[in-house]
Write a protein that binds this ligand. Structure first.
Ligand code: SF4
Length: 329
C-alpha cells in the first residue's frame, strides 16, 4: 500500500497486519489449519482523526483493533505508535506505550466489574500506572474525568448495576480516557445502546476528541453511525481490506462491489451514484477455508475467472482512495 496523505501527523501506522488463529486437533493437539482472521491489512491513523473500520460481523475488524493494542498478538506485520515499534516493546516500555492507546468496549453491561464502585472503576488504570502520587490527586483526576463525560459526582460510590446503559458506557469512556491517551479504539461502542442514547454517546466522543485532541479507531458494522463520526473509512471483508478512503469520497463514490452492496442495504444513505442495484447474496464464507483469489468472489456479481485465481492488490485509484479489486487494477 502506498503511503497515505499527511505522513507527518501520523500517530499510528499499521502495515501488513495478519492474524491467524491455529486450529488444533487430536490428542497431541496438532495444528490442522488456521482461522484467517486478519490478512495483510495496512492503514495510517492521523492525529485528531476518526479512522473507522466497517464490515459485517466476523470480518476481522475487532480482531484488527485487538491486534493493534496487542490484546491479541498478531501473527505478522508491524504497528508503529508515535514512531515506536509497538510490537517490539516489552516490560515497562510496553506499559508506558499502552497508556497512549486504550479501548472502549462494545458492551457496557459486561465490561465493568460489578463489585467495584464507579470511582474505583475509573481510577483503577491510575492505581495500576501509579501516575498520581497522592490519593487526593488521584481522586481529583477521577472527578475531573467524571465531569468531562457528564457523570454526576454524587454517583462516585455507586455500583454499575445502578446505572442505565448510556451511563455505564460513560463510565467505560471515563476509564478509557483517565490516563489521557492519544488513541482510543472504540469497538462497537454504541451498538448495545438504544438509538436515542447512541446519539448522546457519539456526541460525547466527538466533544472529548475536540477537547483532548484524541484520535479514534472506530469499529462498527453500522454505516450510518460511521458516516456521522468518521474522517477516514476502511471497509473489511473476511479479514481483508476492501476499500479505504476519506468518508466523503467513500460514501459519494464507492468503488468496491462489496462497499456498494453494503451501502445499498442502508436506505438512509442510499446514493443515486450507486448503479449496481443487485443485493448481496449468500453468507460470508468460513475464515477457516477462505475463497481463493479475491475473498469476495463467491458473492460478487462481477466475478471473473481471474477473481478466483488472483488476490487483488490495494490500488490507489484516485488520490487517497484505495480499492482491492481487479476491476481497478
Ligand atoms: Fe468482485 Fe473480482 Fe473485484 Fe473481487 S476482484 S470484488 S470478485 S470484481
Amino acid at each position: 500500500m502506498a503511503d497515505l496523505k499527511r505522513a507527518d501527523d501520523t500517530i499510528l501506522s499499521v502495515r501488513n497486519l495478519t492474524k491467524r488463529f491455529p486450529i488444533k486437533s487430536g490428542l497431541l493437539k496438532r495444528t490442522v489449519g488456521a482461522v484467517h482472521a486478519v490478512e495483510d491489512v495496512s492503514f495510517d491513523v492521523h492525529r485528531g482523526e476518526t479512522f473507522s473500520i466497517v464490515g459485517e460481523s466476523g470480518c476481522g475488524k475487532s480482531t484488527t483493533g485487538k491486534c493493534v493494542l496487542r490484546l491479541i498478538e498478531p501473527t505478522s506485520g508491524s504497528v508503529t505508535l508515535d514512531g515506536q515499534d509497538f510490537l517490539a516493546l516489552s516490560g515497562n516500555e510496553l506499559t508506558r506505550a499502552r497508556h497512549k492507546m486504550t479501548l472502549i468496549f462494545q458492551d457496557p453491561y459486561s465490561s465493568l466489574n460489578p463489585r467495584m464502585t464507579v470511582s474505583d472503576i475509573i481510577g483503577e488504570p491510575i492505581d495500576i500506572a501509579g501516575t498520581y502520587p497522592t490519593k487526593a490527586e488521584r481522586d481529583a483526576r477521577v472527578e475531573e474525568v467524571m465531569e468531562a463525560v457528564g457523570l454526576d459526582l454524587a454517583f462516585k460510590n455507586r455500583y454499575p448495576h445502578e446505572f442505565s446503559g448510556g451511563q455505564r458506557q460513560r463510565i467505560g469512556i471515563a476509564r478509557a480516557i483517565v490516563l489521557a491517551p492519544e488513541i482510543v479504539i472504540c469497538d462497537e461502542p454504541v451498538s448495545a445502546l438504544d438509538v436515542s442514547v447512541q446519539a448522546k454517546v457519539i456526541n460525547l466522543l466527538q466533544e472529548l476528541q475536540e477537547s483532548m485532541g484524541l484520535s479514534y479507531i472506530f469499529i462498527s458494522h453500522d454505516l450510518s453511525v460511521v458516516k456521522h463520526i468518521s474522517d477516514t473509512v476502511m471497509v473489511m471483508y473476511l479479514g481483508h481490506e476492501m476499500e479505504l478512503a476519506s468518508k466523503e469520497e467513500l460514501y459519494a463514490n464507492p468503488l468496491h462491489p462489496y462497499t456498494k452492496a453494503l451501502l445499498e442495504v442502508v436506505p438512509r444513505i442510499r446514493t443515486e451514484r450507486i448503479q449496481d442495484k443487485r443485493i448481496l447474496e449468500g453468507d460470508v464464507p468460513s475464515p477457516t477455508h477462505p475463497p481463493t483469489g479475491c475473498v469476495f468472489h463467491s458473492r460478487c456479481p462481477h466475478a471473473t475467472e481471474r477473481c478466483a485465481a488472483e488476490v487483488p492488490q490495494s490500488v490507489e485509484v484516485t488520490p487517497g482512495h484505495f480499492c482491492s479489486c481487479h476491476l481497478y487494477a
